[in-house]
Design a protein around this ligand. Structure first.
Ligand SMILES: Cc1cc2nc3c(=O)[nH]c(=O)nc-3n(C[C@H](O)[C@H](O)[C@H](O)COP(=O)(O)OP(=O)(O)OC[C@H]3O[C@@H](n4cnc5c(N)ncnc54)[C@H](O)[C@@H]3O)c2cc1C
Length: 435
């Protein structure tokens, strides 16, 4: 590797996006991946004929170029689905999103939600929200906050929304309107779909990793090699294979706190900013089942009674992810950064809750169990997060280091966002190299 080269850390979909851009621009690069294959969160594990992604990984296209690229790779190997997502609350199932589908909930809950929504929309005093709780109340009212957003956020992100920034909401939360909300309170809106994930695509065969295989078919990824130390003065990255890789520009897609940790001499302030970053991890328990147990795509669980916050049914994304006639479930339980989860207890509780929800009769329905630990799952936006991330990135940029992707860039990114971020980061490097 020469001093003119670009080093990419991580062959998740962001690193792959950056590498493809380097290839398109004919810029020499090296891509290093610590796992035994590319894909990161977009990998698919296989056990006993069942395919398990890292929980649900569904394709929602908003960028025409990315869509074209993925459809070309899949070449007809694709399913298209209208979302069939639900919430289990107050012992009943209501359709997702909660705010537009109150139908079926107890009358007092519906009335509380509607009244407070009217309070929120007819309130003239709307200062800019300072917290995610303010944002929830301004957009949906106190009732919907109390019955869905607040308990769900506490469960999933392990923090009360009053401690989070309004950015926690963003484009992934479908907005509400009074007409739709009234309709959704009076009728079961079978055909009413809204939000970024109202429908989705998914590979017919092979799980989500199929897109990674297509994207990297001609790429040389250096696998089983981890970047462990970075000397920014000498522009050298040391790897677990005892290689010293010299670089001109570095594109890092590894989690930001880990990148900062690996830099040998850095300002104390940058180390402190990095230590403050917060995120949650997920323990994903996948079950291969002897029969198809549910026709829903996924279900949210805001209530404390259940330890998990969401479960999904891959056999409804594509019938080919299970052996014939079988079903499968993924169950997502979150835990705080750098903490531990009792994995056996978690699996046991998942089984008990599947029985109580009548998703299985008993554990004889279970043919396979595959657990996947996801140490970095969701970045958390707290008081200092935006300024800390900005300071870290400014420091890195001064040292010719670019960060990209969901954890490299510290953004709530989808697969598509991540890929495009990788490509755009490649363009920034090109601009500096004057290619
Ligand atoms: C639970 C969950 C569900 C999701 N569902 C969806 C969905 O339905 N649809 C959607 O579009 N998006 C979804 N996403 C988001 C999507 O997974 C991410 O946006 C995307 O995969 C991020 O890609 P990345 O390359 O930035 O990160 P990663 O996939 O984490 O890739 C980073 C890579 O860097 C490697 N690495 C780390 N450190 C080093 C090192 N020191 N040296 C070498 N290699 C290193 C890692 O092994 C990894 O391969 C979901 C995410 C989660 C957590």
């Amino acid at each position: 590797m020469n001093m003119d080269d670009v080093l990419i850390i991580g062959a998740g979909i962001t690193g792959i996006g950056a590498a493809l851009r380097m290839e398109e621009l004919k810029i020499p690069y090296t891509i290093i991946e610590k796992e035994n294959r590319a894909g990161g969160l977009c990998r698919t594990e296989s056990k006993g004929g069942f395919l398990f992604d890292y929980t649900g990984h569904l394709l929602h296209f908003k960028n025409a170029e990315f869509k074209k690229r993925i459809l070309r790779i899949l070449d007809g190997n694709i399913e298209h689905r209208e979302r069939n997502a639900w919430i289990f609350s107050n012992t009943v199932f209501t359709r997702y999103p909660f705010q537009m589908n109150l139908y079926g909930l107890p009358e007092n809950v519906i009335i509380e939600c509607l009244l407070h929504y009217c309070d929120s929309i007819y309130s003239y005093d709307k200062p800019l929200p300072e917290t995610y709780e303010d944002w929830i109340i301004q957009n949906f009212g106190k009732g919907i906050g109390k019955h869905f957003f607040i308990p769900y956020t506490k469960k999933m992100l392990k923090l009360h929304p009053r401690l989070l920034l309004p950015e926690t909401g963003g484009r992934f939360v479908p907005k509400a309107n009074l007409e739709g909300m009234l309709q959704g309170a009076l009728f079961d809106q079978k055909k009413y779909q809204m939000g970024y994930n109202a429908n989705f695509f998914y590979p017919a065969y092979g799980g989500i990793e199929t897109i990674i295989n297509g994207l990297t078919s001609k790429m040389k990824v250096n696998t089983d090699e981890k970047v462990i130390e970075i000397d920014l003065k000498k522009r050298i990255a040391k790897t677990s294979k005892n290689r010293d890789l010299k670089f001109r520009y570095l594109i890092s897609t590894q989690p930001l706190p880990e990148l900062v940790n690996s830099i040998t001499s850095k300002p104390t302030e940058i180390g402190n900013c990095s230590k403050r970053l917060n995120w949650i991890s997920i323990f994903d328990v996948n079950f291969g089942l002897s029969k198809k147990n549910c026709n829903k795509h996924w279900i949210y669980f805001p209530e404390k009674e259940f330890s998990f916050y969401r479960i999904g049914f891959p056999h409804n994304f594509s019938k080919n992810v299970t052996p014939g006639g079988c079903g499968s479930v993924y169950i997502e339980t979150s835990y705080k950064k750098n903490s531990k989860i009792n994995k056996d207890a978690c699996i046991g509780k998942c089984v008990d809750d599947m029985v109580s929800l009548k998703l299985i009769d008993n554990d004889s329905n279970i043919k396979e169990i595959q657990t996947i630990d996801i140490p970095y799952a969701y970045v958390i936006y707290e008081k200092d997060t935006l300024s800390d991330v900005k300071k870290i990135k400014e420091y890195l940029r001064k040292n010719d280091v670019f960060t990209a992707g969901r954890f490299g860039g510290w953004e709530y990114f989808s697969m598509e966002d991540s890929f495009i971020d990788g490509q755009k980061t490649g363009d920034k490097v090109r601009d500096l190299l004057n290619v």
